[in-house]
Design a protein around this ligand. Structure first.
Ligand SMILES: C[S@@+](CC[C@H](N)C(=O)[O-])C[C@H]1O[C@@H](n2cnc3c(N)ncnc32)[C@H](O)[C@@H]1O
Length: 220
């Protein structure tokens, strides 16, 4: 990532981070520029989107929710992976981000099945038992009461569904991010919190240099 991108992403993560109460969730000043940076090909080097999609073992026909979908960087890749026989829910609390993500999906010029859901900070508004995989990239630290959030979320998961979480390490492994790392949530905290509300850590992928990548299932 170049320095400007780090600063821009860092500024947004800082402004929208959990240290600020959710009802004070703030958008970056230049949301369009921020979205374009989220979508930049430069990001691919460390975000490794193709290996991430491969690691998730998606199949045509599956239903995926991209929680905190932002620019749709992963949403579009999920659409390709599950094809029009599946379903992708792009979920975000920012209408402008959803509109941008939707426009980019339309520009893919392929058949697809997707819904763009304007969520509430404490509720993704996903349909009942609708999802095989809930994916959360660089977003979990935005959620305020994560225990309650993931407890309630179970009603949106199909039996046996997975929850995949990617976020920056809270320590030196994530390098320079452009914002204080106390806004981040450690891997250990996420494992502890989700285990306490009935999820089981099933897999961990270690190929992302600056982020942890965890896969949970909701214990039956
Ligand atoms: C750092 S961006 C990550 C975007 C995308 N996941 C990616 O990796 O490119 C965080 C996103 O989470 C969204 N967000 C913040 N709080 C949220 C919440 N409570 N529910 C859903 N989305 C949220 C923001 O609007 C933003 O689009």
């Amino acid at each position: 990532m170049n320095k400007n991108l780090i600063l821009l992403v860092g500024l947004y993560l800082l402004l929208a981070g959990p240290a600020i109460a959710q009802d004070q969730h703030r958008r970056p000043d230049d949301i369009k520029q921020y979205l374009e940076h989220l979508d930049s090909t430069e990001r691919d080097r460390e975000q490794k989107p193709s290996p991430v999609i491969e690691a998730l073992r998606l199949k045509p026909g599956m239903a995926v929710a991209d929680l905190g979908s932002g620019s749709g960087y992963f949403t579009r890749r999920f659409i390709e992976a599950v094809t029009e026989t599946g379903m992708v829910y792009a979920v975000d609390i920012e209408p402008e981000m959803l509109a941008y993500a939707k426009e980019n999906v339309i520009h893919m010029h392929i058949a697809y099945s997707a819904e763009f859901i304007l969520a509430q900070p404490d509720n993704p508004k996903l349909p009942f038992e609708s999802v095989d995989l809930l994916f959360v990239c660089n977003t979990i630290h935005h959620l305020e009461d994560r225990s309650k959030y993931f407890s309630n979320l179970k009603s949106s998961l199909k039996p046996g569904a997975r929850v995949a979480i990617i976020d920056f390490y809270h320590d030196e492994r994530s390098g320079e991010l452009g914002f204080p790392k106390h806004h981040l949530v450690s891997r250990e905290t996420i494992v502890k919190e989700l285990t306490a509300v009935g999820y089981r850590l099933d897999r961990e992928h270690n190929f992302l240099p600056r982020q942890y990548f965890l896969e949970f299932t909701a214990a039956q």
